[in-house]
Every structure is written in C-alpha cells, then in structure tokens.
Design a binder for this molecule. Structure first.
Ligand SMILES: Nc1ncnc2c1ncn2[C@@H]1O[C@H](COP(=O)(O)OP(=O)(O)OP(=O)(O)O)[C@@H](O)[C@H]1O
Ligand SMILES: [Zn+2]
Ligand SMILES: [Zn+2]
Length: 830
C-alpha cells in the first residue's frame, strides 16, 4: 500500500470521496471521516457508502489524508466499504481524472466507464412513517452478487471413517453409502485423474442442480465451476476435496437431510463456497504451440520484444496485409511479456471477437486469459473482471472497454484492427481506445501495438512522421498473392438486360466455386429485407416521424423500423400520401440476397449472418461453426463477416453493392469504403487455394474502389490525404463537434447561436468555428439538433475552454433542458 499515507493510530483518517451523482455541481471529492472500525478496509480506490445530503449514496475513495478543512460538525462518516479489494487502482483514478479533462465529461462518468456495470449502485427512494411523520429514506442497493454453493468434505481421516460409521444407527445404510462416496471422491484417485473426474462431474452436477433454482440462475449455474482449480499444484491440493452437496444428492440419489445427519454425526463438514461463472467452461481449447515465424515476422517481433526489454513506452503501427500473420506476432509478443511476469491487453473489435479469435488466445495461453465482450451477462462480465483484478489471469482480450482491465503490471497493449470505428465510444465519456492505450502504455512504460491492414489515415500519417514506429508485413504467410479483384459496373449489367443482383461475372464464379466444392463469402453493407420504402407514383419515402431518416422494412415481423430510435410501424400496403398501391421496397438486404441465391442456384447452402440472425446468445458461434465445418457453401452477411475470419476453403468473395458506404454524409466515407473492401477481399485465398474477389458497384471509377482492387494502401493514402488537406479535415486539422439539442426549434436556434458566438471569442484566431447549422440528421427522438464544428491545428487550451463553456451554460442545461454534447475527434458527424 505504498500509495497510502502512513497512518498514525491515534489520528483520524479522512477519505476524499467522489459520489455517484452525475451532476457537474458535485463532480469533485468530499471529505468523510473514516471510523476506526473501517480503517483497514478503506483504501484508495475503495467503493464506499456515504451519507450525502438527505440520502445515502455510493462513492469511490480517491484519496486519503489526515486533515480536513471541513468543520467538525459537518464532517460525516464513511458508512460502509463494499469490496475487500478496491476496484480502482491509483492508475485508473489518474486515468479517470485525465479523461474528464480531455473529454470534458464528469470524473464520476469516466470512473464508471472503467468498471463492470454491476458495481454501479441504484438508489431507491422510499417513504416511511416515523412517529406519525412522513419521512423519505434512500437505500443504496449493491448489485454485486456472489453466488455460493454448499460443499461437503470428510471431517475425519480415512482411517477413522469406519469407526465413525459403525457408531451410526444400524439401519443408516444410506448414510454409510453416502459417506463412503464422499470419502472415495475426497481420497480417491491420483491428482490428474480426480481432476478429470471433477470436471466431468461438474457438468453433471450443474445440470442436476438446476432443478431447484430459478430459470435465470439456471444458465448461470450450468456454467459455474469451482474456483479455478487447475492453476497450480498447491491450490489444486486445496480444492481436490471440494464436492458440491448437490452432486452428492444426485449421484447417490439421496437427500440433503441424509448429508446433514452425517454432519451431525461429525463425519462430514458442510460449508459454503463462492461460485465463479466461466462462460468458456464447456469449451475445450486445443493447446497450440508457437509457429516458427517467417523472417519478416521475426524481425517485427524482435522490435517489439526489444522495446519490452527496454521497459519504455513506445507506440508501434503494425501495417500488415490481410493474412500476413499479425495475430501470430501478437501471440508471441504476449508470451514474451508473460515470461517477464507482466500482463497484456488485446483489443479486438466486438464483431471480430469470434470464437475463432478466442480459440487462438485460449489455445495458446489457456486459462490465463479473460475474455470480455458484450454478449456476456453482467454477472459473467464481473467474474471475468475479478479474475483480472485478483491476478488470476494475465491476458485480457475484449472489445473497447477491456482497455480498462485492472492489471497492475501491464507489459503490452495491442489494438487489433486499429482503424475500426467501434474503438470510439459514442456515449459519454466519448473516448477513443487509442488515447486510453497511450495513457496506460505511458503509465506502465510499456509498448502499444496498433495493428491493421488498413490503418486509419491519422495513424499512418503519425507513423510517417515517426510519432509511431512503423512495422510492415507486405506479404501473405503462405506466399499467396493477394487475390485478383474484378470490378463490375452494375449500370452496364442493367443496360445489357441483367436485372438480377448478381452480375454475369459473379454468377459464373459462384457456379465454379460450387462445382469445385469450395466456399464463398458474400458481403452486403446493409441489413433487413430492404432499406427503404418509396411510392412509385408520387415519390413519397416512408420516414421516421421522430428522426427524419428513412425506415427499414423487416420481413421477419412484417414491419418498418427506425434504426435510430427503434420506432416501429406495421407494413404499409398503400401510400399514405396518394393512396396508390405502387408502394415498393428499394435497396437490397441480406434476406433478399438469400432468397435470390436459392432461386438462382438451386441446392445452394447459405449461412446468413446479420444483426437479425445473431441476436441470440451463441448464435454467432453456431453459424460460424456450421460454415467452418463446410455445412454451407456461402457465408452471407453484413459488416460482421468482413474481418478476422480465416477459413481455408474460401476462394470467392463477392461484394454485392460497394456503394452504400460511399454516400454517407461523412468525410471518412471513402476511407471506410477502402477499408471495408480491403478487409472483405482479405477473406479469399488465405491458405493454399487461390482466391478471387468480385466487387459490384455503380461508381467503378471512384479511387477508393480502384485502389482497394489494386491492394494499394499507399496509393489510397496519398490520394485521400490530398483531399483531406484541401478540405481541412484530419489528419491536417483536428475536429471537435459540439451538438446542441432541444425540443423547441426557435429556442435551439437562438441559444446555440449565442453559445457559438461566445465560443468564437475564446478560441485562438486560427481556429475555425463553423455553424451552428442543422445536423445531418436534424431530429432524433423528437429533439432538434444543431451542431458547431471546431477545426484547429493547435489549440492547447481547448479542454479548458470547453469546460468553461459548459460551466457558463450550466443554467440552460439544467433548467431549460438544452443538451450540449462535446465530441473530441468525432468519428461520426451526423
Ligand atoms: N509463421 C507462420 N507459419 C505458419 N503459419 C502461420 C504463420 N503465421 C501465421 N500463420 C497462419 O497464417 C494464417 C493467417 O495469419 P493471421 O490470421 O495471423 O493473419 P493476420 O495478419 O492476422 O490476418 P487478418 O488481418 O486478415 O486477420 C493463419 O491461419 C495463421 O495460423
Ligand atoms: Zn404515393
Ligand atoms: Zn426514429
């Protein structure tokens, strides 16, 4: 506890506590006295309950000290400490404070973003009558639930057992049988054997146990295991004798009261044990060995390990074409770090956190790996997080928020597919994973690797300037050429009389692929049955009444839906404007493509993967497994199949419509198109079989499509940089987007106008302040939206100016419900 001041026993200790009340007015620490009974428990980073105004609330201890300015009468006491081990480390506290400045968010919001959701409290308000007086009380509910199970073990030695048993009533046959069973488990077998038995039995137990518990518990329990008993010998010895009561009941077909009777006779001991949920409990991971690296891989790895040895913060940009073996480099860098007794974090985008990906890490590092992703239940997430906090694992792999993994001795941070937009959190705090990685890398003096086949422009520009060290892998592992890409002009197809969604080229290649019994990936950048609904008679387009954006038709429930607010209405049969029944669906969705595939290629087997087919837990895994086992010819899907997948037999990739991304109101649309095309193309011909890619488009001449077809990142980079320079976009300028929203349009216009005028006076003269103007999506959920864009090259005081800006508009924000959102380096300008 080097971070805690030396505490003199006779002096009282003051805790500086920040409370879970998300308001700018109270976003600071308050002093509380630590009562002597809690002095052991209250540490920097502890989660505590404190009285706050009329209520009680949860908070975090950000500091400890011996003196306070607070007057004696007003000083209240910390009431409770919630966890044995503080959830926040001094590093994370510092990071939270830095985030609050950098992103102009509240410190408490930043801290909460780092912690599993179950640690967040809810306060409930209740009215009680006390001596005839009505009184409001607040209760803080701690949602951390630690599941416990009853376990049983023998309380006597094996030798004493028979004596004890003979003392039992003569008719207690069942009791004797049960006692012997427990003894056989406790003492039976050699270690490794009993381990296998244990894990085999564990599965049985869990399913048996479910008879008594509620349905929600059932899934938790079936995944439950004893605490990590494979870790090391000593722990193993300790846990060898642990046996769930429920298992005994099942196996011996007996009752709990029989076991209780044995306890009363002093033969066994019953106790409680904490249960940890392990979502990967039922999966067997084949252990893999490090591959012999190619010369290029070796040289890249060497640079990384050198930097690990030198214990210095160094950001690397690993630019490696698809299939060049980046992941193997990550694995071996991590091994190196683990050998140095340090820990590693690997970020992958949520959609590439596939079972395949998890297998690769679990296969190499076994149960030293914690996996954090959004498909876990809150309880599972919490358990994975605790394994990290308690030092039971050394590698955390996960989506964005895994970056806050509470490791204390980080040796390496990896961000795979670093260009992915999902690394930016779009809710407050609007942070970018890259920034957080740099903070933590600096704190621990550890290297940070950003990896991608298509780095974002900002990163590549930084690498060119030497801010990041550039590492390059320009060849595929098996020496395969990157697959040839045919661009098909769909306008010409139409003129030639082909009205289907498959060009002649694609049609032929699909047939060839089927004949050769190989596999293909078909990609569509859309979801739903079709995108929008238009009346052919009057041109009316069905829109969301709340968001000014077109509704999408979903065939599965026969309805139109808004993707922004969730508004849904039943399918239309006639035009609401002119009553014509010529109302038609436009655009193409994955369901539609699936139907067309069945129509044009009889007998074809399709696995469709999109938001609709992957909603259920585990659906992702099942679909991919089916494709991996070659039970399907086609993997058809949206963005989620574009990256990370590595299937040997995939030789054909088809992009049904490449244009849909190009037309978004976003300065990154060309970059996104290039990235996506490169990634999907990268799925073909990764192993021994040569691949082929077909890109169908209505704008074949666009440079993002042309350069992607030539696999020429540098050409794209240079072209796009020209554009960005001309238009004053990143990486030449930084951007900050300020969005104002309000229900009343005239009010919004007036206030945003004034606010922006004030802002113009505060920033330096070289900074451009654009707007306010209506946002690209002018209304969401009945709130009008105006935005102001700041463009600047150098504005060191900006964080300060922006927090002053919010401070100044505090009244408007709180009283008039004007919302002001600030987004530093925005990814979306809508
Ligand atoms: N040194 C090696 N020897 C043999 N096989 C290798 C080697 N390195 C990687 N591979 C294999 O090559 C394939 C592609 O490698 P990997 O998936 O690591 O590439 P990647 O660069 O991460 O690709 P992407 O960016 O497209 O996901 C994998 O099947 C991997 O197991
Ligand atoms: Zn009409
Ligand atoms: Zn809507």
């Amino acid at each position: 506890m080097s971070d805690q001041p030396m505490l003199d026993q006779h002096k009282r200790v003051i805790a500086e506590v920040i409370v879970e009340v998300p308001a700018r007015l109270v976003d600071r620490t308050f002093d509380y006295e630590v009562p002597p009974a809690l002095e052991q428990g209250v540490q920097i980073g502890s989660r505590v309950i404190v009285p706050f105004g009329p209520r009680k609330t949860q908070g975090y201890v950000l500091g400890l000290k011996l003196q306070t300015e607070q007057s004696e009468q007003k000083l209240k006491e910390v009431e409770q400490v919630l966890d044995e081990v503080p959830p926040l480390s001094p590093e994370l506290i510092q990071l939270g404070q830095w985030m609050s400045e950098e992103y102009t968010c509240l410190t408490i919001q930043a801290l909460q973003a780092m912690l599993p959701a179950v640690l967040k409290s809810t306060t409930t308000k209740r009215t009680v009558t006390n001596d005839g007086k009505q009184q409001v009380v607040y209760e803080v509910e701690d949602k951390v639930t630690i599941k416990e199970v009853q376990v049983v073990e023998l309380a006597v030695t094996q030798e004493e057992l028979e004596n004890k048993l003979s003392e039992l009533h003569a008719k207690a046959v069942k009791q004797r049988e049960v006692a012997r069973y427990i003894a056989s488990i406790n003492f039976g077998g050699n270690t490794s054997q009993s381990l296998d038995e244990e894990s085999a039995a564990r599965d049985e137990v869990s399913s048996g146990a479910s008879a008594e518990i509620s349905i929600e518990d059932r899934s938790e329990l079936s995944k439950a295991s004893m605490p990590d008993n494979k870790r090391d010998r000593t722990e193993l010895e300790k846990h060898r004798e642990i046996l769930q009561v429920q298992r005994v009941v099942e196996e011996c077909q007996t009752t709990r009261s029989t076991i209780k009777a044995l306890e009363q006779a002093g033969i066994v001991r019953i106790s409680k044990q904490e249960l940890q949920r392990d979502p990967y409990q039922h999966r067997v991971f084949e252990r893999t060995q490090p591959l012999t690296l190619t010369e290029m891989q070796q040289s890249v790895l060497g640079k990384i390990t050198t930097s690990v040895d030198e214990q210095e913060f160094r950001p690397f940009l690993l630019h490696g074409v698809t299939g060049s073996g980046k992941t193997e480099i990550y694995l071996q860098s991590i091994s190196y770090v683990l050998k140095n007794d340090k820990e590693a974090i690997v970020l992958v985008p949520e959609i590439s956190l596939t079972p395949q990906m998890v297998d690769r890490f679990k296969g190499r590092f076994g149960d030293q790996v914690a996996v954090l992703h959004s498909r876990l239940s809150k309880g599972e997430r919490y358990d994975e997080w605790r394994k990290i906090r308690d030092g039971k694992v050394k590698v955390a792999i996960g989506a964005r928020s895994a970056l806050f993994a509470p490791f204390r001795n980080l040796g390496l941070i990896i961000i795979d597919e670093e260009h992915e937009a999902s690394y930016k959190q779009e809710e407050t705090p609007k942070y970018h994973a890259r920034d957080i990685a740099m903070f933590r890398g600096q704190y621990h003096q550890a290297p940070v690797i950003l990896g991608s086949a298509t780095p974002c422009l900002e990163s590549f520009a930084r690498a060119k300037k030497g801010v990041y060290t550039l590492l390059s892998l320009q060849e595929r592992i098996f020496g395969q050429e990157l697959p040839p890409v045919s661009i098909v002009d769909m306008r010409e197809e139409l003129h030639a009389g082909n009205r289907t969604m498959f060009s002649k080229t694609l049609h032929e290649l699909i047939n060839q692929c089927l004949e050769k019994k190989e596999q293909m990936v078909l990609f569509l950048n859309r979801r739903g049955f079709s995108t929008f609904v238009m009346c052919r008679d009057c041109g009316y387009v069905l829109q969301c009444p709340h968001c000014d954006i077109s509704l999408t038709y979903h065939k599965s429930n026969n309805s139109h839906r808004c993707h922004y607010c969730g508004y849904t209405q039943p399918k239309l049969h006639e035009c609401p404007e002119c009553a014509s029944d010529h109302i038609r669906f436009f655009g193409t969705g994955t369901q539609k493509v699936e139907e067309e595939l069945y129509k044009h290629f009889p007998g074809i087997r399709v696995v469709r993967m999109d938001v609709d087919t992957t909603q259920q837990k585990g659906a992702h895994e099942k679909l991919l497994k089916r494709f991996g086992d070659h039970q399907a010819d086609v993997l058809l899907g949206t963005q989620m199949i574009a990256k990370g997948l590595d299937f040997e037999k995939v030789t054909l990739v088809g992009v049904i419509a490449a244009d849909s991304l190009l037309h978004l109101p976003d300065f990154r649309s060309a970059e996104k198109t290039f990235q996506l095309l490169t990634q999907v193309s990268g799925r073909a011909g990764r192993h021994k079989l040569p691949g082929h890619v077909v890109v169908q488009t209505y704008t074949p001449e666009h440079y993002s499509i042309q350069t992607a077809a030539q696999h020429d990142y540098e050409a794209f980079f240079n072209h796009e940089m020209q554009h960005r320079k001309q238009r004053g976009y990143p990486p030449y300028y930084y951007l900050t987007l300020i969005t104002f929203t309000h229900e009343d349009l005239p009010f919004l216009i007036k206030e945003s106008d004034q606010a922006v005028r004030w802002l113009k006076q505060q920033v330096s003269p070289n900074t451009l302040v654009l707007g306010p103007a209506a946002s690209a999506i002018p209304k969401i959920k009945d709130r009008y939206r105006f935005q102001c864009m700041l463009k600047y090259k150098d504005e060191p005081q900006l964080a300060h100016v922006l927090s002053g800006f919010l401070q100044k508009h505090k009244q408007l924000i709180e009283k008039s419900k004007l919302h002001i959102q600030i987004d530093r380096n925005p990814q979306m300008l809508m």
